[in-house]
Design a protein around this ligand. Structure first.
Ligand code: H53
Length: 829
């Protein structure tokens, strides 16, 4: 740790940083101080934003002493640290989380009330940082929460995008994207440190030179940018620990624009600056379908290069022996996005620190581990050799050498099996020469993990079987988890209180204790309270949706929810076909209205702006919704709500209110899912396929408390192998025919048959994700749902058992698994 400045004698200068008193008076005083002195306004003249900012600063002040102490300790103890490298962190709002972690919620509420203000109003002022797309980014946010709560020495590294995931609006039922200007009113949780910038270089060429008789290579880059660290506090839950999330922001270097500026070209200088700063300007909105754009590779290298240098420069003790780096740090690669860190560490060790290649490779292989999050071939990132060589010429050379040595080892083991060699090469030859980032990560990583049991199994058997054979023991599983702080304790205070009344405190950090709720499923009084909590959460959702979008949740309705990114493999279309079938059944008189289980179906989904089919599906959902909702023949018994701009904040209202959780991806396509866990933990029953973590949820909650349907993965494979012809399913099933025909007839598009024709013909003639094959089974499962819901008591019992049996899905358990199976880091507390 840095010593005190020489000559410091005052006791305050030598003392640790102390927080303000944790009392109402203490909070009021600190709040007013920050309002007056940080924001520069009097309470009487303050705007809502001033008050929110002052409140955020006040909470920070309480956490500051611990934060500074933890930073000091991490350096002083030199304990092995986890550096979580992730291009996305879908954080959600910070205020409530940080109040909860620091145990200040009630004090803050009282203190604000004493100032004539309301915590409930101020929290609404926060714009959530949407620095992620979906599951992967939210997982990273849950993991840093658990790392802090478990006291694991760690830093989260990522990108401080100026624009996060776009804000979604609907115009005539179609998605329109608006920029997410989350920073316009400032960012009170952020601590930027321009003076601690790292320089990140790009382009240019490599050259060899003579270093006292040894020929060495160096990179002569063409341009560089400055990476400014912006730090965020990550407080553990009521444990006094505060970890760091460090997000990098790109800034033009002075040298860069001064040179041009001095040449008299002012416009060019400004352009250069804009160019450099573009790197952290915007999050790419594709979830799991990377487009191979140059700027994205710039983003990836930008943040991992800055992070590696930051760790080496600021966290290692003086004179640290880099040969032992693997004892000091593990860089966890969250998907392939940060994998360019592998050749970067090699470059630093070999070119900058003079280590010989073999020694550097031995270090590098200990320092990385790789998490794969997908099975979809289109989600596995590849970078064209052309582009990579242009942007990072030295890294491409390093990748070639890694590949050469790797393939030589493969040959030595398996002989000259050219097909195998071609399949395992880090360099793909078709359709163009390109670097397969997942292969690079697998070769370099000490471990490779999938994110649910089924996913890890398929990863080994189907995606990377040759690697599994070559590297016995390298592959492992860590089933995903979600933080119980945000998704149970904060999002569902009513259920949390009920749980605490029943089993006492402590479950928030030891979620397996929810098991103790099991006997309460047989307690009629508890069931009644549980039902009342669900009803209250539905009223709360109704209020939120009404204020936000003018929407209403039907009274006494089953709340049926499908919220997740819009992707064909997730099969929102299957849900639409269910709605259309019920609708068609009623208007054709086949289903008597009284037999229709009153339901409100809630969708939430963003589509990648360039994903035309996904956007058409959004249009269809909205079109079906407006037709169904307006049709008086249904007497309001079937409602479809599609609030725009589903995000973490909305999730926190939707999930606790749900009765039914739709997890209906084609088996073998959803790596894990994490929404599925959040719903089950909040007492929704799942209707789902045997896919991702659904498999584990069903095993834990029991078949009788889960609505399973559809083909399992081997059946999907078999059907594919036989040759899948969706039209055969259409011909064979009258109900399916009627639903598709109704869409095709233009009933949801004012008679215009062309609007949804691409969806209809895709379903009939391609249907890559086998919606039609699973339709009948899905409809039958929905009938079982209706029957079970009608037996209210049975349903509540199942819901309670879902909560009681899903403690396994805490991200604390996931982090424990990472520690045991991959990181081997000691907890600090
Ligand atoms: O990651 C989640 C999984 C989910 C998977 C998702 C994901 C992304 O959000 C983005 C890219 C990618 O390759 C995977 O689709 O199944 O739960 C967290 O592991």
């Amino acid at each position: 740790a840095a010593p005190h400045p020489e000559g410091a004698t005052h006791p305050l200068a030598l003392a640790p940083v102390t927080p303000p008193p944790a009392t109402v008076d203490g909070f009021v005083a600190e709040f007013l101080r920050t309002l007056n002195f940080d924001c520069g306004v009097a309470l009487s003249a303050s705007t809502a934003n001033d008050r929110y900012v002052a409140l955020a600063h006040t909470v920070r002040d309480y956490l500051m002493g611990r934060w500074l102490e933890d930073l000091r300790q991490q350096k002083e103890t030199q304990a092995k640290s986890v550096c979580y490298l992730s291009a996305e962190y879908l954080l959600g709002r910070q205020l409530d989380n940080n109040l909860l972690a620091s145990g200040l919620t009630e004090i803050a509420a009282e203190a604000l009330a004493a100032c004539g203000l309301s915590l409930d109003e101020l929290r609404e002022h926060e714009i959530e940082p949407g620095l992620g797309n979906g599951g992967l980014g939210r997982l990273a946010a849950c993991f840093i929460d658990s790392l802090a709560t478990l006291g694991v020495p760690s830093i989260g590294y990522g990108i401080r995008y100026e624009y996060g995931i776009f804000r979604q609006t609907f115009e005539d039922g179609q998605q329109v994207e608006q920029p997410d200007a989350w920073l316009t009113l400032g960012s009170p949780w952020e601590f930027p440190h321009p003076e601690r910038a790292q320089l990140v270089s790009f382009g240019g060429r490599t050259e060899t030179y003579d270093d006292g008789g040894v020929t060495r290579t160096r990179w002569v880059p063409a341009w560089n940018v400055s990476a400014i660290p912006c730090n965020y506090m990550v407080p553990g839950f009521e444990n006094g620990r505060v970890n760091t999330l460090r997000l990098w922001r790109a800034k033009a270097t002075d040298a860069f624009d001064l040179r041009i500026f001095n040449s008299g070209d002012y416009e060019e200088a400004v352009r250069a600056q804009t160019f450099a700063e573009n790197i952290s300007k915007v999050l790419y909105p594709e979830d799991s379908t990377p487009q191979g754009k140059e700027l994205r590779l710039q983003q990836q290298y930008f943040f991992v290069a800055a992070s590696i240098h930051d760790f080496l420069d600021t966290m290692l003790a003086e004179g640290y022996d880099l040969a032992k780096l693997g004892d000091r740090v593990i860089f966890q690669l969250n998907d392939t996005h940060p994998v360019i860190a592998v050749p970067e560490l090699m470059r630093v060790l070999v070119d900058e620190r003079g280590m010989d290649w073999d020694a550097a490779w031995a270090v590098t292989r200990r320092c990385f581990a790789y998490t794969c999050h997908t099975l979809l071939p289109e989600a596995l990132e590849v970078w064209s050799v052309d582009l990579l060589g242009r942007l990072l010429p030295r890294h491409l050379e390093i990748i070639y050498r890694i590949n050469e040595e790797f393939l030589a080892a493969v040959r030595a083991r398996f002989g000259d099996d050219e097909l195998r060699i071609r399949n395992m090469s880090i360099i793909a030859e078709f359709p163009e020469r390109a670097v397969r980032m997942a292969y690079l990560a697998t070769v370099a990583g000490s471990k490779v993990n999938g994110v649910a049991e089924l996913h890890s199994q398929l990863l080994r058997e189907k995606v990377l079987p040759d690697f599994d054979a070559f590297y016995p023991g390298k592959f492992t599983n860590v089933t995903n988890g979600v933080t119980p702080r945000r998704f149970l304790r904060l999002a569902n205070p009513a259920l949390s209180s009920l749980i605490t009344e029943a089993i006492g405190e402590g479950w928030v950090t030891d979620l397996e204790r929810l098991r103790e709720l099991e006997p309460f499923a047989d307690d009629a009084g508890f069931r009644a309270s549980f039902a009342e909590v669900k009803a209250a959460n539905k009223r709360r959702l109704n209020d939120v949706l009404h204020a936000r979008d003018g929407m209403r949740v039907g009274d006494g309705h089953l709340v049926d929810v499908m919220v997740k990114r819009l992707h064909e493999y997730k099969r929102q279309l299957l849900k639409v076909l269910h709605v259309v079938s019920e609708y068609e059944g009623v208007i054709s008189g086949r289903i008597p209205l009284e037999q229709l289980q009153p339901r409100t179906v809630v969708f939430g989904a963003k589509a990648a702006p360039g994903y035309a089919m996904a956007k058409r599906i959004i249009h269809l959902i909205n079109a079906v919704g407006s037709t169904v909702n307006a049709d008086t023949r249904l007497d309001g018994r079937l409602q479809v709500l599609f609030p725009p701009n589903y995000n973490v904040t909305l999730a926190e209202s939707v999930i606790p209110a749900a009765d039914l959780s739709e997890q209906i991806s084609l088996a073998g396509k959803e790596a894990s899912g994490t929404g599925n866990m959040k719903f089950a933990l909040n007492g929704a029953l799942t209707i789902g396929t045997d896919d991702g973590a659904n498999v584990e949820i069903r095993e834990l909650v029991g078949d009788e408390n889960f609505f399973l349907f559809g083909m399992a993965e081997p059946e999907v494979e078999a059907l594919s192998a036989r040759g899948y012809r969706p039209s055969e399913f259409y011909q064979a099933d009258a109900g399916l025919r009627r639903a598709i025909d109704l869409i095709a007839s233009g009933s949801f598009s004012a008679g215009d048959r062309s609007v949804f024709e691409p969806i209809v013909s895709n379903l009939l003639y391609e249907d890559r994700f086998m919606v039609l094959a699973d339709y009948a089974s899905y409809m039958a499962a929905q009938d079982r749902v209706d029957a079970a819901y009608r037996d209210g008591d049975r349903w509540i019992r199942s819901a309670i058992l879902n909560v009681a049996r899903c403690g396994f899905f805490s991200s604390d358990r996931s982090i424990h698994d990472y520690i045991d199976r991959i990181w081997h880091t000691p907890p600090m507390i």
